[in-house]
Design a protein around this ligand. Structure first.
Ligand code: AMP
Length: 396
């Protein structure tokens, strides 16, 4: 997939509408931004546009205001933070495509930045309404999508607007395409994928797609128990999708035919309750006693998974290997993160809980790529066409 980027289009003195992902976590009471990483991540594209004399119009959603103006979800804190980071005025429009947005964007000078209000204040945004897309487009001359986290949604600001403007990607989406696309399509081998998380049903399409690419597939987290049960093992009261047992067997069979090894946990950290405070112990993963549930992988499994990835040249990881919300059961996820951080391989992390764990541990810069989109990165890997990427111009 070869999509044009901001480098491939003339932005000099042009009004450029950039769809960013400024959906940042905030303090519920004060509205203060508690983690500015998504804003920091948008800076390279904005800085490039500044250096190339563009008039920059930024837009994003924040939270779920459900199509109504709600000051709680105003982008004001984002405008302030951006302004601080860029050491430059960022004007916040009071609306998205209304009088104030038109006024602020009509007389812009190169190097000026205007941030439109939350695009989800207008109910037409999520409907990918044609009129709204046109109104957004009418503010600018070029469209840049740099919001990978919403690229799997066909909304006005993520896709519809591209029907009316020349559309290219920003640097964040360029990087996602490079790593989730190119690097995983033609991986350096051995290529090992690690999948965790609660349910098999959420990841069926990803597993199917990975079976065409990987040499080894490691399965941990809650979803491993459906596979263990399907193989006839005792899993106690661990999380399990009984209606997916046949599917699990089919997946195992398919992998076998393709010569791909699926590796499951060999020991499990179990608890009497889904809690951080109940009794716990380590047991063999194939013999979990009736009243116990598996909440994390055990030390033998960590060692085994570590040995497998040690020789890999490419590793993709999505989904925690245990209930990482509980301090007692986040060990497997954290140990695997540490192992990946020390590898001399291309390490690509799908967004979500595994990415959050890595960032919390301060290991982000030890990975080759951490995707900025959880759902979007999985859909991309499944081979689905993401509207926010499809709508961009192809390179010649
Ligand atoms: P996902 O969004 O599919 O990546 O799933 C993430 C969730 O999986 C996290 O909230 C974890 O608590 C949960 N999870 C991981 N391992 C287990 C497990 N052994 N039992 C129950 N839930 C788990």
């Amino acid at each position: 997939m070869n999509k044009k980027t901001v480098r491939d289009i003339d932005v000099n003195e042009k009004k450029v509408l950039v769809r960013c992902d400024f959906n940042v976590p905030q303090d519920l009471e004060t509205g203060e931004i508690t983690d500015n990483r998504r804003i920091v991540a948008a800076l390279p594209t904005i800085q490039y546009l500044l250096e190339n004399n563009a008039k920059i119009i930024l837009c994003s959603h924040l939270g779920r205001p459900k199509g109504e103006v709600n000051p709680k979800y105003s982008l004001k804190p984002v405008a302030d933070e951006l302004s601080k980071l860029l050491n430059k005025e960022v004007k916040l429009a009071k609306d998205i495509v209304g009088e104030d947005a038109k006024r602020l964007t009509s007389q812009m000078q190169p190097g000026e930045i205007v941030l439109l209000e939350n695009v989800r204040f207008d109910s037409r945004e999520e409907k990918n309404d044609e009129t709204f897309s046109k109104e957004l487009a009418s503010l600018a001359e070029v469209y840049v999508n740099d919001a990978f986290g919403t690229a799997h949604r066909a909304h006005s600001s993520t896709a519809g607007v591209a029907n009316y403007l020349p559309a290219v990607s920003g640097f964040l989406i360029e990087k996602e395409i490079e790593f989730l696309g190119t690097a995983l399509e033609n991986p350096k081998r051995p290529f090992v994928a690690i999948l965790g998380g609660a349910k098999v049903s959420d990841k069926i399409a990803v597993i199917e797609s990975l079976l065409d690419k990987v040499d080894t597939l490691i399965i941990g987290g809650g979803m491993a128990f459906t596979f263990l049960k399907a193989l006839g093992h005792k899993i106690g009261k661990s999380i399990c999708e009984l209606d997916k047992l046949d599917l699990a067997l089919e997946i195992l069979e398919k992998a076998k035919k393709k010569g791909i090894e699926i590796v499951l946990p060999i020991d499990t950290h179990v608890s009497t309750e889904y809690s951080n405070d109940a009794e716990d112990k380590f047991v063999h993963s194939q013999e979990i006693p009736d009243e116990w549930e598996g909440l994390d992988i055990g030390p033998e499994t960590i060692k085994k998974f570590g040995e497998i990835v040690k020789d890999a040249k490419t590793v993709f990881w999505n989904g925690p290997l245990g209930v990482c919300e509980f301090s007692k059961f986040k060990v497997g996820t954290e140990e695997i993160a540490k192992i990946l951080a020390g590898l001399d391989a291309t390490t690509i992390i799908g967004g979500g809980d595994s990415a959050a764990a890595i960032e919390k541990m301060g290991l982000a810069d030890k990975m080759t790529h951490i995707s900025t989109g959880g759902g979007a990165s999985l859909e991309f890997l499944e081979g689905k066409k993401l509207p926010g990427i499809e709508c961009l111009q192809d390179k010649d």
